[in-house]
Ligand binder design. Structure first.
Ligand code: MV4
Length: 504
């Protein structure tokens, strides 16, 4: 096995990778920016190296520097986590040049899946269902008008280099199409330096369902079932669950087989996710993520497979220790992404110091966190600070446990989205499993109002907590004063006047 691995990431995923390494008896090397010196992951790693200033472009994206440290520390491999360098084929290549194993898929697979149009073309050829459209770049408008007539409106124009929802636009009829083509093309050029666009049928209210796969370097591919990821806001997932509330053994078999074909047709290895849009009993390939994902724990829970450990073993060259028939699906798991953000104030980030912290626990609770009481959440990176995962024998039990765990969880000193999660966890369409990618927008008003109520409740709780537990602390008076003022602002927010902004 590898002796030493460098983790080219930060926060909770760095902690997650360190945990996997410890269980595999592998030494860990953390790299940190100026903002992360006193982070949880730097405390848990065996060695730590500073890589520069706080902005990601000067630290976590600076791969020359990271590679220099990798060589100096004498690591055998680098785990990129998610985000940052994880889907950067140039970085994977540079690792290769230095004889350092990139813990991820083949360079060719990263490149191919980075181009949405090539990914779709490859998948269609292999027999994976794709949305009606044309797997060639749009060259002239007349051609696009003709295709749109064939597949029917609405259609969507997408940038081939796109991602995260940037560079895509819907046309509802022919009069909108020409403008849509031109604007998407120019956005694609300015955002990605690649104006390649393509057209396909637009699904109005799909679900986002994805399949986790694992593949080794010996041609073995298995799938680990599905995740429902429809609850998202501006292309950031907020709550995920496994399995999807609509899943049946038959559908899982079909989607799982399609995902395995997707992996095989590009000679994939490592962990990966095949994303599908699901609508009215049918599913269509959307994208493939060539990295470990934020929401991997819910799959780990219902399958019992440690995805990060398997990813490391695969990179080393081990054969998969499972065949498809060994994988069974037990119970239900839900993940709430805990973000440092103000859910009643347009979800603006709320970095700062966590003054008091109490983590949830007990039956059916897993907390993958990058923070601790006293930790400083820097403003430079993603606002996600932890993932609260609960599981039970069925969806109902997982939900009850999530509500209970959210009520135990205190992240005081900053504003978190815990009140938002509490409001979703009691909303009827959520409880009925009645979800689509439009869920949050469609329930904006009711969620906002309930979130506001929970925010007030939590602020009172924090105030009582400080008064009781820290009554001898000199800072208590100031803290309580600040909280009282905050409660007043929350209460002054007139729910009736809440006016949702145009969304996208
Ligand atoms: C779509 C779609 C509906 N129809 N394509 C959003 C991210 C980008 N990677 C692809 N996306 C979508 N493509 C067709 N033909 C709806 C979305 C979409 C979406 C997809 C998954 C999860 C959340 C989403 C939110 C808005 C739109």
């Amino acid at each position: 096995m590898f002796k030493k691995i460098l983790i080219a990431n930060r926060g909770e995923i760095a902690v997650r990778i360190i945990r996997a390494c410890k269980e595999l008896d592998i030494k860990t090397v953390a790299v940190y920016s100026e903002a992360d010196e006193h982070s949880l992951y730097t405390a848990l790693a065996d060695e730590c190296y500073s890589i520069g200033e706080a902005p990601a472009s000067k630290s976590y994206l600076n791969y020359e520097k990271i590679l220099k440290i990798a060589e100096k520390a004498g690591v055998d491999a680098i785990h990129p986590g998610y985000g940052f360098l994880s889907e950067n084929s140039k970085f994977a290549e540079e690792c290769d040049n230095r004889n350092i194993e990139f813990i991820g898929p083949p360079i060719r697979a990263i490149e191919l899946m980075g181009s949405k149009i090539n990914a779709k073309k490859t998948m269609k050829k292999a027999g994976v269902p794709v949305l009606p459209g044309r797997e060639e770049p749009i060259e002239d408008e007349q051609e696009a008008i003709k295709i749109a007539k064939e597949i029917g409106y609405p259609v969507i124009i997408k940038a081939s280099a796109g991602g995260g929802g940037i560079g895509m636009s819907v046309a509802n009829d022919e009069s909108e199409l020409v403008d849509t083509i031109q604007s998407t093309k120019s956005i694609a050029q300015s955002a990605f330096g690649d104006s390649t666009i393509f057209i396909e049928k637009y699904l109005e209210k799909p679900r986002h369902i994805e399949i986790q796969i694992l593949a080794d370097k010996h041609g073995n591919v298995i799938h680990l079932g599905d995740r429902e990821c429809s609850i998202q806001r501006r292309h950031q997932k907020v709550i995920e669950e496994a399995p999807s509330p609509i899943m049946t053994p038959e559908l899982r078999e079909k989607m799982g087989e399609a995902a395995k074909i997707a992996a095989k047709c590009i000679d994939y290895y490592s962990a990966g996710t095949v994303e599908f849009l699901y609508n009215a009993g049918e599913f269509y390939f959307l994208e493939m993520n060539t990295r470990v994902q934020v929401e991997h724990p819910i799959t780990e829970i219902i399958t019992g497979v440690d995805i990060v450990k398997e990813q490391i073993k695969i990179a080393y060259g081990n054969k998969l220790p499972y065949e498809q028939k060994d994988i069974t699906f037990n119970g239900h798991a839900i993940e709430c992404r805990i973000n440092a953000e103000d859910s009643v104030n347009d979800f603006i980030p709320s970095p700062g110091k966590i003054k008091h912290y109490r983590s949830p626990g007990g039956p059916g609770v897993r907390l993958d966190s990058g923070v601790y009481g006293g930790a400083e959440i820097p403003p430079y990176y993603d606002s996600m600070v932890a993932k609260l995962i609960t599981f039970g024998k069925n969806r109902e039990e997982a939900i009850v446990r999530m509500r209970r765990a959210l009520s135990e969880y205190m992240v005081f000193g900053i504003i978190s989205n815990i009140p938002f999660h509490k409001s979703v966890l009691e909303e009827q369409d959520f409880l009925d499993g009645n979800l689509s990618t439009h869920y949050i927008v469609e329930h904006e008003k009711v969620l906002h109002d309930k979130t506001l109520d929970y925010a007030v409740e939590i602020a009172y709780e924090e105030k009582r907590f400080i008064e009781k537990v820290f009554r001898d602390d000199k800072k208590t008076v100031a803290l309580v004063g600040g909280l009282s003022a905050y409660i007043t602002t929350l209460k002054n927010k007139d729910k009736k006047q809440y006016c949702p902004k145009e969304n996208e």
